[in-house]
Design a protein around this ligand. Structure first.
Ligand code: ADP
Ligand code: MG
Length: 702
């Protein structure tokens, strides 16, 4: 689809304010006042049928009374009056609008109806509309405050879009206090028309924007969002805070994957796969924003900690150790010698470099110059705790000067009142300051992770040759027989077509048949109840492993069928499955649950019957590429169990990866699959290689 042209929305040459008012405190008053006081250079037309003049501007009864062309209309009238006024904008040829008015979808069924009316009009006149129920828009580089927010940040390279208007005002206030510069500020409210994807695209090539920040509660189209964010994140960092409030993904799940999946899991996967930096809190959002806005990307992950206090230095070093992204760089012999020359004897010249409590500006300056010249230092965290001899303001200036090395510099001036004036200097010098070392390390890590992603080669999902027609037929058979959940023998056939290895297995209707099949397979065998109505076989005593001889098989047959009949009298029992017993290997789970926003969500984890208790699982959205598959395997907490502990043989990780990629292709090829569990898949030790899908369940859309 074509990218939308939002030029006239962001840079209008003329604006009509519908509902402009003389009364202080009314939105229509504040918006008009803000437009004027922000120094908007274009024409402004207040619209209000009851007034002649506001702020010395002539007032019009309707936009259709205006002679000249109008680029943008801002709505500050009651919701029920908006559709007619928007229609009138359409007739006038006004192409862009911001509907600040509330009282739409968020207010109940009547408001929702009004919002649908807006959608119709927007479609009819091909308009670009922001809102309704929003704060408005600020473009600092166009001297335009088209919002009712009083505070307007200084121009800068951060663009921010927010689904919540209230949060928007808080962020603007923060930006003003911290003197953070914004290029654009967009509050998009109910997104009747313009949504997060449109805004990402509008900011994609915006020369004024270096960093994109967002606060979202849901997305209109998950697949589109993932695709767009992935493209744009390669051009500029996108940092997003996402809060709950969506119902997606939560369906009544009959699979392990379904019960472990959920909206937050799918968003997390989406962010990982698209390269969006997820800020877990608003605090993170600010921390990361300042880092990316002020600093160049680090060339590598070696950092040095410079401090005037031992404790905070160790805290920083610990945080670096715990972050998987950073390492403490070693100080070269030459640098150590140079440091020794200018530092007192008690100082530590190794990383963390401790220049002691009585360090003044000069000691900081000398150390920084030596350290940032080092080849294997990619960035620095400078800690200052206020002590008697500290030269706080001057040290802040020293950091500003060190920007000439073009390496990221983070400061951690710790304290409150005493350091305030130093922090002010840091703000002016564009050095991101963090109250605690851990936060500086987190922001630095975010930069490194982003940088690493930029250098990752673009990958395509792997494509396996499979006989899709065969699977189509199997699904048809299931549909004909009205099975939503496929009986195991059919589900096994599906996996087999997609290249999974399965334990040999036979359906036996009688005990005699079961005994004969067991003999054919060779003992020991596994027996499982075969019934389309039994979902969790173990729960009804429907699984027996390690059956050693024919007598055991015969006995198990009667026991198993009897027990199932007692527990589930209505279950239709086809007989039992007699199955080859897989003796070796570790149990993992591979699964999929369809998410309403993002489609098939693939899960990986340590498998078996305890999976829902341990919850040690990871998620990605299909289709997966090989890196997605590898990273979801490595992400689980018990990954070390897979690569072997205490001299144990590692399992065949490649076989797991292959399984995930095949599963991804299967669920992408057949969107009618809504849930799928391979639990367990037994992965062989690397010496043997391969894997077996021991149990599989597939659920199709009803
Ligand atoms: P369900 O999950 O419906 O209870 P499974 O087929 O997964 O039934 O069997 C339960 C457990 O029995 C598995 O998690 C696995 O540990 C073991 N098991 C099942 N089939 C085999 C097999 N063919 N070889 C080895 N172990 C098996
Ligand atoms: Mg199972």
């Amino acid at each position: 689809m074509e990218k939308r042209d939002l030029e006239r929305l962001f840079k209008p040459r003329s604006i009509a304010v519908i509902g402009a008012s003389r009364k202080k405190g009314k939105v229509g008053h504040d918006v008009l006042k803000n437009l004027l006081s922000s120094g908007f250079k274009g024409k402004i037309y207040p619209i209000n049928p009851a007034v002649h003049k506001i702020f010395d501007l002539p007032v019009y009864k309707s936009v259709e009374d205006i002679k000249g062309k109008v680029d943008l209309a801002i709505f500050a009238i009651p919701s029920r009056a908006v559709p007619a006024a928007l229609e009138s904008c359409g007739r006038k040829g006004i192409n862009s609008a911001i509907v600040i008015s509330a009282g739409f979808k968020e207010s109940g069924p009547e408001g929702a109806k009004l919002e649908l009316e807006l959608a119709e009009i927007i479609k009819k006149y091909k308009m670009n509309v922001l809102g309704p129920n929003c704060l408005g828009l600020i473009n600092t580089f166009h001297s335009m405050n088209a919002s009712f927010a009083v505070e307007i940040p200084r121009p800068g390279n951060i663009a921010f879009f927010s689904q919540s208007g209230a949060l928007g005002t808080a962020i603007l206030d923060w930006a003003v206090k911290e003197s953070i510069g914004f290029s654009k500020f967009v509050s998009f409210g109910n997104k009747v028309d313009i949504n997060e994807v449109d805004l990402l695209e509008a900011l994609e090539d915006d020369p004024d924007t270096k960093v994109i920040l967002g606060y979202i509660e849901d997305v209109k189209n998950g697949v589109k969002f993932l695709e767009t964010a992935k493209r744009i994140a390669l051009k500029k960092p996108i940092i997003i805070t996402k809060s709950g409030g969506t119902k997606s993904g939560a369906r009544a799940a009959s699979s392990h994957t379904g019960s472990l999946a959920g909206s937050d899991k799918s968003f997390d996967a989406c962010f990982k796969q698209s390269g969006v930096i997820r800020a877990k809190s608003i605090e993170d959002l600010f921390d990361f924003a300042r880092a990316f806005s002020y600093q160049p990307l680090p060339a590598g992950n070696n950092i040095v900690v410079l401090t005037n206090a031992g404790g905070p230095g160790i805290m920083a070093a610990d945080a670096v150790d715990n972050s998987k992204a950073l390492t403490l760089s070693s100080v070269s012999k030459e640098a150590a010698e140079n440091l020794r020359k200018c530092l007192p004897p008690g100082a530590s010249v190794y990383n963390p470099v401790d220049i002691l409590g009585d360090a003044g500006e000069e000691r900081y300056e000398d150390a920084i110059n030596i350290l940032l010249k080092e080849k294997n230092v990619d960035g620095i965290i400078t800690i200052l705790t206020p002590q008697a001899m500290s030269e706080i303001k001057e040290t802040a200036k020293v950091l500003g000067k060190a920007k000439k090395y073009k390496k990221p510099i983070f400061s951690c001036f710790m304290g409150g009142k005493v350091i305030e004036h130093g922090i002010k200097v840091l703000r002016e010098e564009r050095i991101p300051n963090y109250s605690f070392p851990e936060r500086a390390v987190a922001a630095f890590s975010a930069m490194i992770n982003y940088k690493n992603r930029l250098s990752m080669p673009e990958e395509k999902p792997v494509s396996y040759k499979v006989d899709k027609e065969k699977v189509k037929k199997i699904f048809q058979e299931a549909k004909d027989k009205k099975y939503n959940t496929l009986p195991e023998y059919l589900a096994r056939d599906v996996l087999s077509v997609y290249g999974f290895k399965l334990p040999k297995s036979y359906l036996a209707a009688t005990a005699e048949e079961a005994m004969a099949k067991a003999k054919e397979l060779g003992f020991p065998v596994v027996m499982k109840i075969a019934s389309p109505d039994v979902i969790h076989k173990s729960d009804v005593g429907g699984v027996k492993v390690g059956l050693k001889d024919e007598t055991a098989v015969e006995q198990a047959f009667y026991e198993m069928t009897q027990k199932t009949k007692t527990i589930m009298p209505k279950a239709h029992i086809l007989g039992v499955m007699v199955q080859e017993m897989i003796m070796q290997g570790k149990e993992v789970i591979l699964g999929m649950a369809k998410d309403m926003q993002f489609g098939p969500l693939i899960m990986f984890g340590l498998g078996g019957v305890y999976v829902e208790v341990l919850k040690d699982v990871s998620f990605r959205i299909a289709p997966l590429n090989p890196t997605d598959a590898s990273s979801m395997i490595k992400e689980i907490n018990s990954y070390s169990l897979l690569i072997g502990v205490r001299g144990e043989d590692p399992v065949d990780i490649e076989a797991v990866k292959d399984g995930l990629l095949r599963l991804s292709q299967l669920v992408t090829d057949f969107p009618e699959i809504i849930e799928l569990d391979i639990n367990p898949m037994k992965v062989m030790p690397i010496s043997k290689g391969g894997s077996f899908a021991v149990d599989v369940r597939i659920t199709l859309e009803a």
